[in-house]
Design a protein around this ligand. Structure first.
Ligand code: ADP
Ligand code: SF4
Ligand code: MG
Length: 323
């Protein structure tokens, strides 16, 4: 396996809500290797965004409790001060969210917004930052760059706005770019173009990408490896080929079995009977028990990720025995 860039161990997030504590992450374990596009997939509410927010310290400290370990090239991020994290965000790890209009500043030109990444994170002069912003616009395919620099976000289409967001996130050549459902609000042809752009950026800037998605088509299309999440835990990690060809965990099986076979492509995650737990309690055993056809008494015990093949881990090995 290539060198690990990010190692997440037993990452837990408890949220204090008006209805009580929500155990949103219950011990996430995941590795992201250098230069890979790693998919993070699972039903809505399983904790994908929460994982990215915990990595980047984007959770409200007064309403959340974070524990566990997130190592970036061996350096612990959990417990870093806000001052230290400001050097990590943007420079080493950056994020692209689903809806560009929420994240872009409507009152600033595209050029100024991208240039700000360089003045804020790298201490560049405005002139140097604008020159780099121009190059970045060319790299992310926003043409003609000189005219686009002077435009405001509302003057751009949704696809171009998302390219601006990607340019801002990739500006300082972070080691890891987290993309949280970056194409969900775009139409299908634009989605394909944006996915191509991520592949190109990985090649050009040699960064790793954590691609958060509920869409297995995206996993098949651009991911090298994938982690499947359920109820606040990663329950299976495999190569993106292995997840389809040698699916190990009953939850992943249920998801993949209901996708139209021909293209592994489905706009929405298929519905499987039952619903995920509400996570008002910390679960000790397998959270998938109520929905699992293979369950038995041993599933009440903790189910750690264990090796089921080369580069393939699953939190359930029993399904193998039962065929
Ligand atoms: N502001 C919030 N208040 C209460 N619960 C929340 C809040 N944000 C997220 N959650 C809970 O945290 C869990 C994980 O959410 P999230 O990471 O956003 O899911 P995903 O991105 O996989 O759809 C869910 O159970 C959700 O209900
Ligand atoms: S067999 Fe048991 S441990 Fe495996 S997924 Fe089903 S309930 Fe979970
Ligand atoms: Mg989300």
């Amino acid at each position: 396996m290539e060198r690990r860039l990010l190692e997440i161990r037993d990452l837990k997030v408890d949220l204090m809500t008006q209805r009580g504590i929500v155990y949103a992450l219950q011990g996430v374990n995941m590795d992201i290797c250098e230069g890979e596009i790693h998919g993070l997939v699972g039903e809505s509410g399983c904790g994908k965004s929460m994982t990215s927010k915990a990595i980047l310290h984007l959770l409200d400290r007064r309403r959340s409790r974070v524990s566990g370990s997130v190592l970036l090239e061996g350096r612990e991020l959990i417990g870093l001060s806000e001052r230290e994290m400001r050097k990590v965000r943007g420079n080493l790890i950056s994020i692209v969210f689903q809806d560009p209009m929420i994240s872009l500043n409507p009152l600033m030109t595209v050029g100024d917004q991208i240039a700000e990444s360089y003045t804020n994170h790298q201490g560049d002069s405005r002139k140097a930052a604008l020159a780099k912003a121009f190059d970045m616009l060319e790299l992310v395919g926003i043409h003609p760059a000189d005219r686009r620099m002077k435009q405001y976000p509302f003057e751009l289409s949704g696809g171009l706005q998302q390219r601006v967001m990607i340019a801002m996130a990739a500006a300082c050549r972070p080691k890891l770019l987290i993309a949280d459902e970056p194409t969900t609000s775009l139409d299908v042809t634009i989605q394909a173009q944006i996915l191509e752009l991520f592949k190109e950026l990985r090649r050009e800037l040699k960064m790793s990408i954590l691609m958060i998605t509920h869409n297995f088509g995206i996993v098949a299309e651009i991911c090298d490896r994938v982690s499947v999440m359920y109820a606040g835990r990663v329950i299976e990690t495999a190569s993106s080929r292995g997840i389809f060809d040698r699916t190990a965990h009953p939850y992943s099986r249920a998801l993949i079995a209901s996708i139209p076979k021909a293209r592994h492509y489905c706009e929405y995650l298929p519905v499987i009977p039952g619903s995920p737990p509400r996570q008002f309690e910390r679960e000790i055993g397998c959270s998938f028990r109520p929905r699992c056809p293979y369950r038995d008494a041993s599933c009440d015990r903790a189910q750690a990720l264990s090796k089921v093949g080369e580069g393939h881990m699953s939190a359930c090995t029993r399904a193998f025995d039962r065929g």
